[in-house]
Design a protein around this ligand. Structure first.
Ligand code: FNR
Ligand code: 536
Length: 374
């Protein structure tokens, strides 16, 4: 029996397996609106057998976009184009989730294939905000410190976005508090130098995230799951640490967070990250064991047996794949075949399914006619 292909229940939502599409910016939107690219890209991965498809970082405010081409959910006009995509994903038996995000000081930057660093105002760039007025790196925008009404508006913006996500047909929301974006900027002492109630001590640095979780949980239905993505470590001395990640995760469960998606990095441009297969899995394992909350593992997970071992070994409840699912949208169907599990091949593709991975009720049709036409 495969652990990877066991369903996972999160509140009233049951993921059909433990394989999720990790959120990945496509830099393909105009005015934040989903379009045919998102339908085909995300839809293909639902066809390919992922149990959960998490839409890319979607900006809760226009100024929270990483690039001008980011997906957004800052207005009601964003709902209908997203709903077209979630309806297709659901029709394929997958669950649609969305990552809600604000880029903070890493906003208003060029998409990767159009150079790097700040988009100047003349080219449509905008002023950016952060916990403190410290730029991420050379060629990044100089942020203004968030204060007063603009700071109070952040949890509200995430809550408004969650309400729109529900209207758009999403069954799962993930808050992006990783990779050096706004919520992570508050967590990390590298980017948060405030001396008010939102900076300094651990309790003060985690406050904006906790308030955001509470605001979102207040509007996101009790029967639907809420996830938070964290960077477990900044990978530099004096930065956010794995111990702090565990302590934070202990606080998230009681506020109604169902699963912590454990990534790393993004706070410090100069960090040296020891990349290796599954290099972040140990963090998910620690959070799961020490904070008593479900976790997702992500990062250089590319092999079926590797993913199976992570779940079977109790190191994480869910695996997220990013780049491997860009290379091969049918990775989950191939993984099922490799693990000898019957997988949900789309009826339209049954004649191409390997014999071992057919479900009993479809085998007659798929294997009929000795593989010739018919
Ligand atoms: C990413 N990643 C990412 N992470 C995130 O939390 N929100 C996002 O929108 C994006 N966008 C994004 C775009 C692209 C093109 C890549 C390659 C990556 C990070 C991604 O979700 C994942 O955590 C990492 O890529 C590590 O997993 P893999 O790719 O090694 O499986
Ligand atoms: C990878 N990226 C993450 C993005 C978009 C750009 C690429 C995101 O989270 N929206 C990344 C991984 C880890 C740390 C920083 C960046």
């Amino acid at each position: 029996m495969s652990a990877l292909f066991q369903p996972l229940a999160l509140r009233d939502v049951t993921l059909p397996n433990r394989i999720a599409v990790s959120p990945m910016c496509q830099y393909a939107a105009h005015d934040g609106l989903a379009n045919d690219w998102h339908l085909v890209h995300l839809g293909s991965r639902a066809v390919g057998g992922a149990g959960l498809v998490i839409f890319e970082a979607s900006a809760v405010l226009a100024e929270g976009r990483i690039s001008p081409q980011d997906l957004g959910i800052w207005s009601d006009a964003h709902v209908a184009p997203l709903a077209r995509v979630t309806a297709f994903i659901r029709s394929q038996g997958a669950v649609a989730g969305i990552q809600l995000a604000h880029a903070g000081r890493k906003a208003s930057t060029r998409r990767p294939w159009s150079g790097s660093g700040e988009v100047p105002p003349a080219e449509g760039g905008w002023p950016v905000v952060a916990p403190s007025a410290i730029a991420f790196a050379d060629h990044y925008p100089q942020p203004a410190a968030l204060d007063g009404a603009a700071l109070a508006a952040i949890p509200q913006a995430f809550a408004d976005a969650a309400r729109r996500a529900l209207a758009a047909g999403f069954e799962l929301v993930e808050l992006h508090a990783a990779h050096g974006y706004l919520l992570h900027q508050f967590l990390s002492p590298l980017s948060n130098r405030r001396n008010d109630g939102y900076g300094g001590s651990f309790d003060h640095r985690i406050r904006l995230l906790l308030e955001t979780v509470e605001a979102v949980r207040g509007v996101w239905p009790a029967h639907l799951p809420l996830l938070v993505r964290l960077s477990a470590t900044d990978w530099v001395d004096g930065g956010w640490s794995v111990d702090e990640t565990v302590a934070l995760a202990r606080r998230l469960g009681p506020l109604g967070v169902d699963l912590v998606d454990v990534s790393s990095g993004g706070s410090a441009a100069q960090a040296a990250i020891p990349l290796a297969p599954g290099y972040q899995v140990g963090f998910a394992e620690r959070v799961r064991a020490e904070a008593g909350i479900a976790t997702a593992a992500v990062g250089l997970i590319t092999e079926a047996r590797q993913a199976e071992a992570i779940v079977a070994g109790g190191r994480a409840d869910l695996v997220l794949l990013g780049r491997e699912l860009l290379r091969d949208p049918y990775w989950p169907l191939h993984a099922a075949a490799e693990l000898g599990v019957a997988a949900g091949w789309p009826a339209q593709y049954l004649r191409a399914a390997p014999h071992g991975s057919l479900q009993r009720d479809t085998a007659d049709y798929a294997l009929g006619e000795a593989g010739q036409g018919g």
